[in-house]
Write a protein that binds this ligand. Structure first.
Ligand code: ASP
Ligand code: MG
Length: 415
């Protein structure tokens, strides 16, 4: 059995959906299709969630835009305006939620609304596939991917999910299942999400639970490149990566795959293909267990909107393991993802993604113990397999706040 993941861009229009049919036809046999919300729907639904939470009546305009976008795709797919009761029902549910009472917990409300993107996209695609004769079964993934209630970043209950997934994806009378990426459900059936761009992770989780032979992620790039083509000329595709290398790259901020994707695959030795839905016959990148040394060119990853804080204890005591642990508990409380760390006798520096709600609450808490210096709007540049000239080129003319080098990796925090 193979797991395929189609991201937002690969199902953003009727043309794109039809293209995914051609890809499916290239691969006979049992498959699970994990699909994201269509196009930029999740971004739009994030705005819906915010406006709903702040009781801004503008919420209805965005809701209508999302609805019109999907209706347009349906009309084009069916060749005429059709009413799909399953899809109507989902829009009604979203409508009722926006009209209803909200709780005090934004993260909870966010998940309840944003998840409609995947529920709607998978319903449309499943109905369309059945309509054109590609029989498939739609699965509500919330019934088998069970999570805790850490909304917007929930954690999988692996044992329970494995049991439930094996019961749902039996492949007895179906050879094609269509289900949602990115979302899950708690034990009490509240909707959760796994973190933005989490559909890759869903594909990997299901592959792990169902012992898939391989996973393919279909993207609008030819595979994993050695740098972002929007910012660097002459990028090269990497044909092959080890699991470890892929984790390092995605953790450093390479956007092609979600960082959590690799572990479930590595644990069961399942290969991952990253391929282009525009040129599906091309080889793409394979991530798998590699015994031989890899020939790698320098790989440059830029993570934007980073904040850097430098802490110095007021009383001139050393940075002790206790102070580090206090700072890290705070980071956990604010859900900060620390990308770089540096310590001297009196200073502790941390770089992390700028928190959505601003850095001030964290700073004022840290100021109880430390003198705090901070900067925001920085780029964290990671270069794997760096050459001295790559480092100089990239930092030329820019202010360098922190620089770290190990044998293989150079990292710089730049203005
Ligand atoms: N639709 C979700 C997002 O845009 C999940 C995904 O695309 O992977 O974050
Ligand atoms: Mg998406």
């Amino acid at each position: 059995m193979k797991v395929f993941k189609f991201g937002g861009a690969s199902v953003s229009s009727a043309v794109a959906v039809r293209n995914s049919v051609n890809i499916l036809k290239m691969y006979p046999g049992n498959k699970v299709l994990v699909i994201s919300a269509m196009g930029k729907t999740t971004n739009a639904l994030e705005i819906v969630a915010r406006k709903y939470f702040s009781q801004d009546p503008e919420v209805w305009n965005i809701f209508q835009e999302v609805k019109a976008y999907h209706s347009g795709i349906i009309t084009e797919l069916w060749g005429q305006a059709v009413l799909l009761p399953e899809v109507e029902k989902l829009f009604d549910q979203m409508n009722n939620r926006i009209k209803g009472e909200r709780s005090m917990n934004f993260d909870y409300e966010y998940d309840q609304i944003v998840a409609f993107g995947e529920l709607i996209s998978t319903q449309i695609i499943s109905l369309y596939f059945n309509y054109i004769g590609i029989n498939n079964r739609w699965i509500d993934v919330r019934n088998c991917l069970k999570t805790d209630d850490l909304y917007r970043e929930s954690n999988i209950n692996w044992e329970l999910s494995a049991r439930l997934a094996k019961r749902l994806f039996t492949f007895e009378s179906d050879d094609l299942y269509i289900t949602q990426g990115f979302i899950g459900g708690t034990l009490t059936n509240q909707t959760t999400t796994l973190g933005r761009e989490g559909s890759d992770y869903t594909a990997a989780i299901l592959a792990n639970l169902l012992d898939a032979e391989e996973v393919s992620i279909w993207k609008n790039v030819p595979g994993i490149l050695n740098a972002d083509p929007d910012f660097f000329p002459n990028t090269q595709k990497l044909d092959e990566l080890s699991y470890k290398e892929a984790i390092e790259l995605s953790y450093s901020g390479a956007k092609v795959i979600h960082p959590k994707t690799i572990k479930p695959l590595q644990n069961k030795n399942i290969p991952l293909f990253v391929k282009s839905f525009l040129e599906p016959e091309k080889q793409g990148t394979i991530i798998h267990s590699v015994e031989h040394p890899l020939e790698l060119v320098p790989v440059i990853i830029v993570k934007k909107n980073m904040a850097l804080i430098t802490l110095t204890p007021y009383d001139f005591s050393f940075i002790s393991i206790n102070s580090v642990s206090e700072v890290f508990s705070l980071c956990a409380k604010y859900r900060l993802k620390v990308g770089l760390l540096q310590q001297s006798a009196l200073d502790l520096s941390l770089a992390f993604d700028e928190p959505e709600l601003g850095i001030e609450p964290l700073i004022s808490q840290l100021q109880q113990k430390f003198e705090v210096k901070y900067n925001t709007g920085l780029d964290l540049v990671t270069i794997r397999y760096y050459l001295p000239e790559t480092v100089t080129q990239i930092s030329a003319g820019r202010k360098v706040y922190v620089e770290q080098k190990s044998r293989r990796t150079a990292r710089m925090l730049l203005k």
